[in-house]
Design a protein around this ligand. Structure first.
Ligand code: BES
Ligand code: ZN
Ligand code: ZN
Length: 474
């Protein structure tokens, strides 16, 4: 689907009803049809005689950023079933452009790789009409939105890919392919390198799988600015291509969807892709920790004690708390790049989903201002977040009698925060106030469509992180 800044009328015109208000200047047909269907501004209604599709915009009694995108996404899902080639929508304000584009491009996505019967649509062009906005600005915003949405959809595809196919090696190669196609660097490190770097925590998690682990280092620097000191970002992604729980095996119904435990790493690929395409003036790195958490004769065990790359020892009491072990070594590696901003994305805890629900990312870290800044930027680009506060009482729960730390807390409560504080132990002192931990366990993969997100992978984190880099870039 192509979005075009144009005054052309489409085969169908979308009429947005702000606050669900029905316009007064309806013609006779429109009045009759809307009345016939009892349409009062809730949902949508097609009047084929006048080729208008009326879409009601929900009004909320709390702050919510996605009313417009979600309404457009719903409309597109209905309209792509009709035998039409084009649609037009009237845009009034600059800030509406991205919301409308996201609604169209993110709303129209579905994962059909393995479906015998694929959805066919004749709908190819969407015209954004505006007599108020400068056409150049309109065109520019459309292009930016398309770049972002395409990266989100690539991320969704990769997360949705089944674990039989999307092994650590496959994800590493996928990252390399994207890097070549878009123009950023990609270095793939294998097990030998992990051993040389003494990443015993990362290696232990991966050991029982027949699919070998990889650490991937992606990097991007804009070509133009050589002398300028650019802000440096490092994104670290949890890339468990499958999380069976290991010997602390997950019960069957908790194991399904665990192909999505690679969502953090997949989002990091999407972030680099969008940043490189947009040519943002920042130095951006991505570190992917790719492994599979399996059972087997060689599996790491509860009772093992592991020495992480930063020399801290970890008592393993549950092999299902594996993400933090992989990330411990990746964060230590990322710290060596001396970033100005260090951000990890991980489907880290079920506790975060219990606390915030399916649709919200948990933000954690030691820097209050940084957490709030990130939350604001995320909200503006349509990602919901909640800040979960660290405290010393919860940190005490990670104490071990026989090692420096335990990989699970001694209490069932506050699991998202204790996992975040565990990660903090692998962020060096000088970087603590530059670090953010994003627990995306809730929104990364949801087994029902929500707003502009489809069943399955959402690509959460891509838009928020790209916008955050943009907000700090030169
Ligand atoms: N990958 C899971 C977390 C998860 C749960 C992601 C649900 C998405 C949806 C993680 O590795 C895990 O298993 N965490 C455990 C930690 C526990 C053993 C302390 C959990 O949350 O139950
Ligand atoms: Zn796990
Ligand atoms: Zn996991």
């Amino acid at each position: 689907m192509k979005i075009i800044a144009s005054q052309k009328q489409g085969d169908i015109k979308i009429i947005l009803l702000k606050d669900k208000k029905i316009p007064k200047d309806l013609n006779k047909d429109e009045k009759e049809v809307l009345e016939f269907y009892g349409f009062e501004g809730e949902g949508s209604c097609l009047v084929s005689q006048s080729k208008k599709f009326f879409v009601g915009l929900e009004k909320y009694d709390y702050e919510f950023p996605n009313a417009l995108s979600d309404a457009i996404a719903n409309a597109i899902c209905s309209l792509k079933k009709l035998k039409i080639k084009s649609i037009s929508i009237e845009v009034e304000k600059e800030e509406e452009i991205q919301k409308i584009c996201f609604g169209i491009l993110l709303g129209a996505y579905s994962y059909e790789e393995f479906k015998g019967k694929k959805t066919k649509t004749t709908l190819k062009e969407i015209y954004l009409n505006s007599n108020k906005l400068d056409e150049k600005i309109l065109q520019q915003r459309i292009l930016e939105s398309e770049i972002l949405a395409t990266s989100v959809n690539y991320t969704r595809d990769l997360v949705n890919t089944p674990p039989k196919q999307a092994t650590p090696e496959y994800v590493a190669k996928y990252a390399e392919d994207r890097a070549k196609a878009v123009g950023f660097e990609c270095q793939i490190y294998d097990e030998k390198f992990l051993k040389k770097e003494k990443m015993e925590a990362f290696l232990a998690v991966a050991r029982a799988s027949v699919h070998k682990p990889y650490l991937v280092h992606l990097s991007y620097k804009p070509k133009c600015a050589k002398e300028e000191k650019l802000p440096k970002f490092v994104f670290v992604g949890k890339g468990l291509t499958y999380d069976s729980g290991g010997l602390s095996l997950k019960p069957g119904d908790y194991m399904t969807t665990m192909k999505a435990d690679k969502s953090g790493a997949c989002a990091v690929i999407g972030i680099l892709e969008a940043i490189a395409k947009l040519g943002i003036k920042a130095e951006v790195h991505g570190i992917l920790g790719l492994a599979e958490n399996m059972i087997g004769g060689d599996a790491y065990k509860p009772d093992d004690i592991l020495r992480a790359r930063n020399q801290k020892t970890i008592e393993v009491r549950n092999t299902d708390a594996e993400g933090r072990l992989v990330l411990a070594d990746c964060l230590s590696f990322a710290g060596d790049l001396k970033p100005d901003f260090l951000i990890d994305l991980a489907t880290l805890t079920g506790a975060c989903v219990v606390g915030l629900g399916d649709y919200t990312t948990g933000i954690m870290g030691y820097n209050k201002k940084l957490k709030e800044e990130f939350a604001k930027v995320a909200f503006e680009v349509g990602e919901l977040t909640g800040i979960l506060p660290f405290n010393p009482y919860l940190k005490k729960l990670l104490k071990s009698e026989i090692a420096d730390l335990c990989n699970i807390p001694s209490s069932r409560y506050g699991g998202a925060i204790t996992a975040g504080m565990f990660l903090g132990e692998f962020v060096e002192e000088s970087l603590k106030d530059k670090w953010l931990h994003l627990d995306i366990a809730g929104p990364a993969y949801v087994e029902k469509a929500w707003g502009m997100n489809p069943f399955g992978a959402s690509g959460i984190g891509v838009c928020a992180c790209v916008e955050f880099v943009k907000s700090k870039a030169k």
